[in-house]
Design a protein around this ligand. Structure first.
Ligand code: NAG
Ligand code: NAG
Length: 462
């Protein structure tokens, strides 16, 4: 197992966290008021707050096959994002820069929290932490496994462990996550040393970096994220920046939009990693947090989702893999045939989940979010804080029912209906297949990703 802290530093870190704990000890279960706006850096508990009371509690009524058809679950495919993690190097450097700026140039404020930022908060992040899974992230996956196995006792049981397939992105945080998930299943049996078994599969879980049309048309395309750039320097962000500069007593030109975001992320990291209410959180009120959340949503929308059709299409290999697995699991069999695979666990990234959700047609609002329509976007369904927090998961539950197999989708353990089949929570599997016929018969990775030089342009049927 990877050591969470490099050896020798753990004592220092423990001492620091003691200091930080004392900073926030006045109010006990103390969650920052802006915790639900952290985008992809949101804790899973913010989406499902009942887990703060009991991390293993499940709500069985989320499974909704028609009661009259006496259905039973026969297969679960779960696409899961890794758990809580350290910042990546890019953000650690920004945090470093911010903390130096504040230490050397900030003059404002007599409030305790400003004193705490200046005098008591220590820059404890180091570059070698680079995106690794933290202890809390292991708990995220272990507890998710526990909950899923109590929702699906016949599928995710200890006895079935050998028959479940586990695939993961090769990134360290994903491998640690798939291991933690298996620990969660093995804890049920109580006892012996956990055993790990998984297959690395970047073709399935990191399809985005292999799709040339996507890399050239979006990732390396300087205009693909222009809405994000415009918003970053627009009036809403500017107001947040001025307020923050005033609170800290900094000349506002010293505070770039990236540094504003670094402070916001600091608040999110200290909560997700250490369950702390960091003094940095006080720099933002709820309306500031909504602006910063929108900035992240804009980025994900234009980089990973409906903003460019190719983003969704780049996930075709994963889409086909999921449906092939479901086809096999739902196929009629004689009593002598081997039982189907009870579950397929696929661990990846927010960048894995968002394109697949987009390809399925989910979270597609009528009006796309842009730099200029912030004020009309409050009711949007595309909110990454709710869709892809740490340990986000998309579940495909296949039931055996009297009228044939049925399929239900859950996102973060809540039911979600298939676009075009909104009448039912768990439509007949053949109806789902009919809805996605165009993708099942097409959605060819090589044609979509290599076929058109430069990839597809922006989504014109927004
Ligand atoms: C359980 O799930 C159902 C269906 O999604 C929902 O309506 C209900 O509010 C949930 N109950 C709790 C206690 O979360
Ligand atoms: C780059 O993105 C812009 C804006 O979405 C789009 O119009 C253009 O076609 C893209 N360029 C390439 C080479 O795909």
């Amino acid at each position: 197992m990877f050591p969470v802290f490099p050896p020798g530093r753990s004592l220092l870190v423990a001492a620091l966290s003691l200091v930080l704990t004392r900073l926030s000890c006045s109010s006990v279960p103390d969650v920052p008021h802006i915790a639900t706006y952290f985008g992809t850096k949101t804790r899973y508990e913010e989406v499902n707050p009942h887990l703060l009371r009991d991390p293993l509690s499940v709500n069985r009524t989320v499974l909704k096959p028609p009661p009259a058809e006496r259905c039973s679950p026969v297969h679960l495919t779960a696409v899961i994002r890794h758990g809580s993690r350290y910042p990546t190097v890019k953000n650690i450097r920004r945090i470093q820069k911010l903390s130096e700026l504040v230490r050397t140039e900030a003059s404002g404020g007599s409030e305790t929290w400003i004193q705490d930022i200046r005098n008591r908060w220590d820059m404890w992040y180091t570059e070698d932490m680079d995106g690794q899974l933290v202890m809390k992230g292991r708990d995220d996956l272990r507890q998710l496994a526990g909950r899923l196995s109590s929702l699906f006792p016949a599928l995710l049981s200890e006895e079935n462990l050998r028959r479940i397939s586990f695939r993961s992105s090769s990134k360290h945080r994903c491998v640690s996550s798939v291991e933690a998930f298996q620990e969660g299943l093995q804890e049920l049996g109580g006892g012996s040393e956990p055993q790990y078994r998984h297959q690395l599969d970047d073709e399935l879980m990191r399809f985005f970096e292999r799709c040339r049309g996507y890399v050239e048309g979006v990732e390396r395309n300087r205009t693909a994220l222009q809405e994000v750039e415009k918003f970053k320097h627009g009036e809403e962000m500017d107001a947040v920046r001025r307020k923050m500069a005033a609170r800290l007593g900094l000349p506002h030109h010293r505070l770039t939009p990236d540094l504003v975001e670094a402070a916001f992320f600091l608040c999110s990291y200290e909560l997700a990693i250490k369950s702390l209410h960091s003094p940095w959180c006080f720099l933002f009120d709820e309306s500031d947090a909504k602006v910063l959340e929108y900035k992240s949503d804009l980025k994900q929308y234009w980089k990973r989702s409906h903003g460019h059709v190719i983003s969704g299409l780049s996930s075709c290999p994963l889409f086909h893999h999921v449906f092939r697995t479901l086809d096999k699991a739902g196929r009629p069999r004689r009593s002598t045939d081997a039982a189907p695979e009870p579950a397929s666990i696929l661990v990846g990234h927010a960048e894995t989940l968002l394109p697949l959700l987009s390809l399925l047609g989910l979270y597609k609002d009528q009006t796309p979010p842009t730099a200029s329509n912030y004020r009309t976007q409050h009711g949007r369904t595309f909110r990454t804080s709710l869709i892809v927090p740490y340990a986000a998961n998309l579940l495909f539950v296949l039931y055996d029912c009297q009228r044939g197999p049925r399929l239900q989708l859950l996102v973060n353990e809540s039911p979600v209906r298939f676009p075009g089949l909104e009448g039912e929570d768990a439509p007949l599997y053949r109806d789902v297949r009919a809805t996605y016929r165009h993708l099942l018969d097409g959605c060819d990775f090589h044609r979509e990703c290599e076929g058109r030089a430069g990839g597809r342009g922006p989504n014109t049927e927004l």
